[in-house]
Design a protein around this ligand. Structure first.
Ligand SMILES: *[C@@H]1O[C@H](CO)[C@@H](O)[C@H](O)[C@H]1NC(C)=O
Ligand SMILES: *[C@@H]1O[C@H](CO)[C@@H](O)[C@H](O)[C@H]1NC(C)=O
Ligand SMILES: *[C@@H]1O[C@H](CO)[C@@H](O)[C@H](O)[C@H]1NC(C)=O
Ligand SMILES: *[C@@H]1O[C@H](CO)[C@@H](O)[C@H](O)[C@H]1NC(C)=O
Ligand SMILES: *[C@@H]1O[C@H](CO)[C@@H](O)[C@H](O)[C@H]1NC(C)=O
Length: 570
């Protein structure tokens, strides 16, 4: 009996135990295969539908069998959660052997080293765009309604607006749902330069970037994929980290973007504080700026003008400098001059307050020879003044009436409308110098046509998305209303733009635009007086320079009416 028991104990018991264990494993295995394989495969396919195209079926079978075998050996019982995690892990590795991460991803991942980061997809479908990323990066789709198809670019940049004008609504995402993003990947379609959807996508990305509150001072990145270029008005070439073909990675300076997203959606509304709702935005703009100045050296800012080709505008530039100085400006005054400006003129211009710098003029590729705007692209040289962060460019036929310094707060490109289609007037504009921007302008000028052959037409193509100043900041002296005979300009305008015949070519007593019927629209006694008032208040040496006979029509010929500068009263 004892031997029977011990024999049973020695052979039969282990045998039965083993059999039960085996039976358990087999049942388990069958149970798993029947009940869970389909579920897992389902879930797995949901996760990476893209795998289907990679013959994942065979792959799945092999991998899942392996995992189940491993699990069996380890613990005898298959832990479904662990199997699932394992499948996910191996799936990513497997994908890696077939599809490489997009290169932009590697660029961004390097920036984050080993840290995990969150990716927001804007108008990007991870599957159709083949964004297959095998890391710990989390991806979310950013939802927003597409801007109404009916909104045209002309609605964003109407010819005329007033302080109550507002922009058409461009829907944005619910930002509070996407606070933790480190990288925004966007595709913006290919609707061309003045495409509203392209702008919308760029604005969504910009807004998400500044609202990412994940970590203090942690960089955030914007990635563009697909066939459209990012808006360089928002995503500056200076912040471009990497570009290859149609993929772009930007590491934007956030303070700048913060200010940009405070601007209206386009030139459909005046920049703060000039619009109806602008006071609050103006305060916030100033707040961001003062905070930033607290951390960084003071902004380097200057007024700049350009003289080239002829000396016609030398006197204008002298009076302009004096008008800025009289406004108690604290900014630098920079004047770029080509070799056609004589050394004597340079001396006078320096005496007037300009720091001068010689430049080579630039020919407009789209202008006729010997036309009035043949060399107007010389203005583009201001982008080379990279010792300054911001410049307010002013044509020499303007004067400043009131202190203008606070307007350096605006981003590139801010200007006033030109009373003509959706264009801005390039006679006064805020720009941000940059080597790569200058290079881009030089490259594009060969292919981008200008509507008038001049810099204004070109710059309006390059900066189609601009920020609108009210007319009082660049008051174009053009009076088109036939009922308006007074042509009166309020003394409170910030800057007057002397379109038509220039004041320094007229008599002091009389605006000579009155003398020629076709120039009547430019005539204004009040504007004329403003210019001469600055002129009168200048030191004598500067006045003398301005009123030399240089502007007299040449020798002997009787001067056409009104084109004379007067030489008396000095
Ligand atoms: C896969 O997706 C479908 C449809 O979205 C859903 O009904 C199903 O529950 C998902 N399966 C798993 C396992 O997640
Ligand atoms: C803008 O709206 C205000 C208040 O509604 C009004 O007083 C003002 O005249 C309006 N301005 C223009 C230019 O219509
Ligand atoms: C410039 O400052 C002087 C002296 O403080 C003052 O009298 C003058 O009104 C100021 N000019 C402007 C345009 O603010
Ligand atoms: C080009 O520059 C000249 C002065 O050099 C100026 O009179 C003219 O208005 C400018 N034209 C354009 C289109 O900007
Ligand atoms: C002006 O006229 C004088 C003689 O009348 C002539 O010698 C001189 O060259 C002329 N100057 C110009 C700039 O035409």
């Amino acid at each position: 009996m004892a031997s029977m028991y011990s024999k049973w104990k020695r052979f039969t018991f282990p045998f039965i135990t083993l059999s039960i264990a085996l039976l358990f494993l087999v049942t388990n295995y069958l149970f798993f295969t029947i009940n869970y394989t389909r579920h897992l495969q389902d879930e797995f396919q949901n996760m990476t539908a893209y795998l289907k195209t990679l013959r994942n079926r065979e792959w799945f079978e092999v991998v899942s069998q392996n995992i189940i075998e491993d699990e069996k050996i380890n613990i005898g019982v298959v832990n479904m959660d662990r199997v699932r995690d394992e499948i996910h892990l191996r799936a990513r590795k497997h994908v890696a052997t077939y599809v490489k991460n997009p290169e932009w991803y590697e660029v961004v991942a390097r920036e984050f080293r080993d840290e995990t980061f969150n990716i927001g997809l804007v108008n990007v479908d991870g599957i159709t765009d083949k964004i297959q990323i095998q890391t710990k990066a989390k991806m979310v789709n950013v939802h927003f309604d597409r801007a109404d198809e009916g909104i045209q670019w002309a609605d964003l940049a109407p010819e005329r607006i007033d302080e109550n004008s507002t922009c058409p609504n461009i829907p944005m995402p619910r930002f509070e749902d996407y606070r933790e993003l480190d990288v925004i990947v966007a595709r913006c379609g290919d609707g061309g330069l003045r495409d509203v959807f392209r702008l919308q996508v760029n604005l969504v990305v910009a807004n998400l970037l500044v609202r990412s509150g994940r970590k203090d001072n942690q960089p955030v990145f914007a990635v563009f994929v697909g066939s459209c270029d990012p808006l360089w008005e928002i995503f500056r070439c200076d912040d471009l980290l990497w570009n290859e073909g149609n993929s772009w990675v930007y590491k934007p300076e956030l303070t700048r973007i913060q200010k940009l997203v405070l601007m209206p959606f386009g030139p459909c509304q005046f920049v703060p504080p000039f619009s109806h709702s602008g006071e609050d935005l103006w305060r916030r703009l100033n707040h961001i700026t003062s905070q930033n100045n607290h951390h960084h050296p003071p902004q380097r800012e200057a007024y700049v003008t350009v003289l080239h080709t002829s000396e016609d505008y030398v006197c204008g530039a002298i009076v302009l400098a004096q008008s800025i100085i009289q406004s108690n400006s604290t900014k630098d005054l920079i004047l770029l001059a080509d070799d056609n400006i004589s050394p004597q003129s340079i001396t006078a211009l320096r005496a007037a307050g300009w720091k001068t710098k010689r430049i080579q003029r630039i020919r407009s590729p789209y202008s006729q020879k010997n036309t009035y705007n043949e060399w107007n692209y010389s203005k583009l040289r201001i982008w080379q003044l990279t010792q300054y962060q911001k410049l307010i460019f002013i044509d020499a036929d303007l004067i400043i009436n009131r202190n203008f310094d606070k307007f350096f707060i605006y981003p590139q490109l801010t200007a006033a409308g030109n009373y003509q289609r959706h264009f801005f007037n390039s006679g006064l504009m805020l720009v941000e110098p940059s080597r790569c921007a200058f290079k881009t302008l030089m490259k594009k000028m060969m292919v981008v046509e200008s509507y008038n052959g001049g810099d204004q037409g070109f710059l309006n193509e390059m900066f189609a998305w601009w920020h609108r100043l009210p007319a009082q900041l660049n008051y174009l002296k053009v009076f088109v209303d036939p009922k308006d005979r007074l042509h009166w300009i309020h003394k409170d305008v910030f800057a007057v733009h002397y379109t038509g015949l220039k004041p320094w070519k007229c008599f002091e007593e009389r605006d000579c635009n009155w003398d020629v019927a076709e120039f009547h629209r430019y005539a204004s006694n009040s504007a004329h007086k403003m210019w001469w008032k600055v002129y009168r208040s200048m030191p004598k040496n500067l006045r003398t320079y301005c009123s030399l006979d240089r502007y007299r029509v040449k020798n002997g010929t009787s001067p056409p009416k009104g084109h004379l500068v007067v030489n008396k009263g000095l």
